[in-house]
Ligand binder design. Structure first.
Ligand code: AMP
Length: 496
């Protein structure tokens, strides 16, 4: 638990970052049901958020499998933290002046008067859990991974949502640069396992010892160009000058080209550690480029920072034709609000980060724990899926029905019930539509589901103690003994 002595400071931080929400105090009581309702309209998914429909789920299952396989292979244990945290956690970790804390958090006062936020990222909650549960007493390093939704109040656009999902790998209690390299390799390997070629952009943000030197260099460089900077960067110049290097406004991007390189101003220890990471990456054959202006959105990073981007070598197929939007969608005649994109066109995102991370050696101490070096990364699942679609990488449809059980009559239904259970126990993906009577409709359903076989039990089969097995591709039919049906079906599915 955080020490009680720290609490007032945390509360102050939380207050400072609390958004001035109309929803607090005045029109709407926090957590009340008095929210204004647009009369007559159907509730819509919140702006920048998405439903993940059944037809999308195979992408998610595929990705979850890859994450779990990497975690198992490299010895990372899963951790789940709450979606809601004290706002002060993110203020202390990401920094009061970070874009995330200044502009992007979903924060509110709960019914008990506490300032809480939907988590915008996964590292700070996992670091909190490491301290709260005394994981420092465990054999180090402690290797953890998480998967789940994150919330950022951003302007929704292609690949940028207000709710997105991330998985992340974190290592606590080891300062060896080989850990940085292992994590970078894992982020790269995740995409390789999906069939996507990526390159890693890498830099070092130094340590408290050398950071003031290059921060001064950066400030000196941009000071003379202040009038050409965007308004946000003018503010950053006084509050958080390194963030100017991360600005995406074209004018600022152009100015950045000739800015001093951070690596030229690192102290010897930080420089050596960066070199060690690069050597390990060479050994691991992870493609990387040194990006001397790479900085990241959170203040907690020290030394190594990196981002994973689509590789220049990645062959990009011609874009798929976009299916026309149906004339009448499931929303009937209701107008779709402008903000809801109906169809997202899959397109590769060469310039966008597909994941990123770095070392954060001071975060645990900054949050009240004992000094503990740490390093980690986060990867956005929606962006990974958008890349898969754009590159026409089709995940296996591992939930597809293998056998459809069709029946005619009540007695047959009873036999189908029993067979259903036996097949399920034999790990066969099986489906039926027991409320249907006509065989034609049932065969159509089997076809729609892509079943390989349909097992038909009609009145004749009930009397004979048999099952009619139909191969849905060839149309060939075969009568088999009811008691041997499971064996015959598993054989035909190539399970034996
Ligand atoms: P960050 O925590 O900003 O480094 O983000 C880590 C990764 O999460 C990014 O590289 C993206 O893949 C993904 N990501 C971050 N923000 C969003 C967002 N608003 N929408 C979708 N994906 C995001």
């Amino acid at each position: 638990m955080p020490s009680p002595a720290k609490k007032p400071a945390a509360k102050r931080d939380a207050k400072a970052a609390a958004p001035k929400s109309k929803a607090v105090g005045k029109e709407v009581r926090p957590g009340s049901a008095d929210a204004p309702v647009r009369s007559g309209s159907t509730p819509q998914v919140p702006r920048g958020m998405k439903d993940i429909l059944p037809q999308e789920q195979r992408y998610w299952r595929h990705i979850y499998k890859k994450i779990e396989s990497l975690a198992r292979g490299y010895g990372y244990e899963r951790i789940d933290t709450p979606i809601l945290e004290e706002t002060s956690l993110f203020v202390r970790a990401a920094g009061k002046q970070s874009d995330i804390v200044e502009k992007e958090m979903f924060s509110f006062i709960d019914k008990g008067g506490d300032n809480v936020s939907l988590r915008p990222e996964g590292t700070a909650p996992v670091a909190r859990a490491y301290i709260n549960h005394g994981m420092l007493a465990m054999p180090q390093p402690v290797k953890l991974y998480y998967v789940g939704p994150m919330f950022r109040y951003e302007r929704p656009q292609h690949g940028r949502y207000r709710q997105h999902h991330q998985f992340g790998f974190e290592v606590f209690g080891d300062s060896n640069p080989v850990i940085d390299a292992e994590l970078i390799m894992l982020a790269h390997q995740f995409y390789k396992d999906l069939g996507i070629k990526t390159t890693v952009h890498i830099n070092s943000l130094g340590c408290p010892n050398c950071r003031p030197n290059f921060t001064a260099e950066i400030v000196a460089y941009f000071r003379s160009k202040r009038s050409q900077l965007c308004e946000d960067c003018k503010r950053r110049m006084t509050k958080n000058p390194l963030r100017v290097l991360d600005c995406k406004v074209p004018g600022c991007v152009a100015l950045k080209e000739a800015a001093p390189h951070i690596v030229d101003h690192l102290d010897d220890d930080c420089k050596n550690k960066l070199m060690r990471v690069l050597e390990f990456l060479d050994d691991l054959q992870v493609p990387y480029v040194l990006d001397p202006h790479l900085v990241r959105g959170f203040d907690y990073y020290t030394r190594t920072v990196f981002e994973v981007v689509l590789s220049d070598e990645q062959v990009i197929p011609a874009p798929l034709p976009v299916p026309a939007a149906p004339a009448h969608g499931h929303r009937g005649h209701q107008a779709v609000p402008e903000a809801q994109p109906v169809q997202e066109v899959p397109q590769p995102m060469p310039a966008v980060a597909l994941g990123g991370g770095g070392r954060y050696d001071n975060l645990i101490e900054q949050m009240g724990g004992r000094p503990t070096p740490a390093c980690g990364f986060g990867i956005g699942l929606e962006r990974a899926i958008l890349q898969m679609k754009a590159l026409q990488i089709d995940p296996p449809d591992d939930n597809r029905t293998e056998v459809f059980l069709a029946q005619l009559g009540d007695q047959a239904r009873r036999k189908v019930f029993a067979l259903f259970d036996e097949l399920r126990a034999a790990d066969v993906r099986v489906a039926a539509n027991l409320s249907k009577n006509a065989l034609k409709g049932q065969l159509e359903a089997a076809n729609k589901m892509g079943a390989k076989l349909t097992a038909i039990i009609g009145q004749k089969e009930v009397l004979d103690g048999t099952v009619l097995l139909r191969d849905m591709e060839s149309g060939m039919q075969e009568i088999v003994d009811y008691n041997k049906a499971v064996l015959e079906i598993t054989k035909k599915l190539g399970r034996e």
